[in-house]
Write a protein that binds this ligand. Sequence first.
Ligand code: PSV
Ligand code: MN
Ligand code: MN
Length: 424
Amino acid sequence: MLIETNQIEQHNQENLSAHQRKFKFITEDISNTEDIVEKLKVFQIAIPSWALGTGGTRFGRFSGPGEPGTLEQKIEDVGLLHKLNQSSGAISLHIPWDIPSDAEKIKALAAAHGLGFDAVNSNTFQDQKGQEHSYKFGSLHHVDPKVRKQAVDHNIEVIKHGVALGSKSLTVWLADGSSFPGQLNFREAFQNTLESLKEIYKHLPADWKMFVEYKGFEPNFYSTTIADWGQSLLLANKLGEKAYTLVDLGHHQPNVNIEQIVALLLMEGKLGGFHFNDSKYADDDLTAGAIKPYQLFLIFNELVDGMDAKGIDHATGLGWMIDASHNLKDPLVDLLQSVEAIKIAYAQALLVDRKALKEAQQANDVVKAQEILQDAFRTDVRSIVAESRLRAGAALDPVQLFRDLKVREKLTEERGAVSIATGL
Ligand code: PSV
Ligand code: MN
Ligand code: MN
């Protein structure tokens, strides 16, 4: 084990009095801190296997030292995150980047790190070696039924891998679309996608969910076949009760009101889960909360409101996952920062005085409504989040402990300076 429990205890001991001072200060002003701490303690955010290596851009990839080269090493990395924050208890695999050679062994390794398997992701946006038909012009929407069948079969294969690992959901993201007007018949592309998804849906185990991810651009730039939440919802409704819309924060055109989308999808019982990240321009996949923390808070505000209204359990009701990749930072530190930002936004949303907000809305008191939200957002909840970690046996300051224990240096010693990590 690269990080021992006693090292976490020692770190917490050294930081305890400073933490307690801040936590005591905030509990004096907030009546429901205990409730918030307990909710945060059980809140888990899954880590995608492809975020563990440096992502790169289409102009180049500057890989970092000690990055994982195998599925086993990726699991070990998520194990390290979970040891540090006790909030990253699952890994999400992308097939075929992460094909497990021996599912039982991989499952046992994950279990030894306290990890489960989140959604499995199919990949029909790249051609693989030896593949018969190319996805250059799409996969599930393709004009050629042979290409569609190949893509359907791949998804069925992914489900099988997921079943062997104990995963409970399949995420389908398609690069299918067009880059020039006239290239596609929109209705036929949509119908083909629906028929293909129906085939895949038939192979979904009874207790599984299918997440239909949408994205309005890239790699196609004129149209994408599942471009927005409306098109994803249309598909999910036609597919059946196991199909849901998945919201990736980076997949919207600039300034789209994502919190409103989330509110309505939740209301319709069709919000499946999230890919958290942040962006300034497009699908930038930056650290969650790095650019627009207020938006992240407003999204959680809708989530808490909508989930409570329906009695949905915050921790288990939706699929919570990060989907980020980073070119400049240590991937593990970046993921720790993302998890922290998500938990901060969640904690702030739990602070919102819902009764007062309702009253302000009913009275059309715009100023009051804004004040209520901004009061919550401007509250420094970091000590509440830290307290939840302390109680869960995690580190008070995961990033600091990562540095102090020289985790990256040790990984580099073990794995070497040159990385062969897969992923985008
Ligand atoms: C596509 O941009 C995406 O967000 C999808 O979730 C993919 O599965 C993931 O990134 C990794 O390529
Ligand atoms: Mn995504
Ligand atoms: Mn994306």
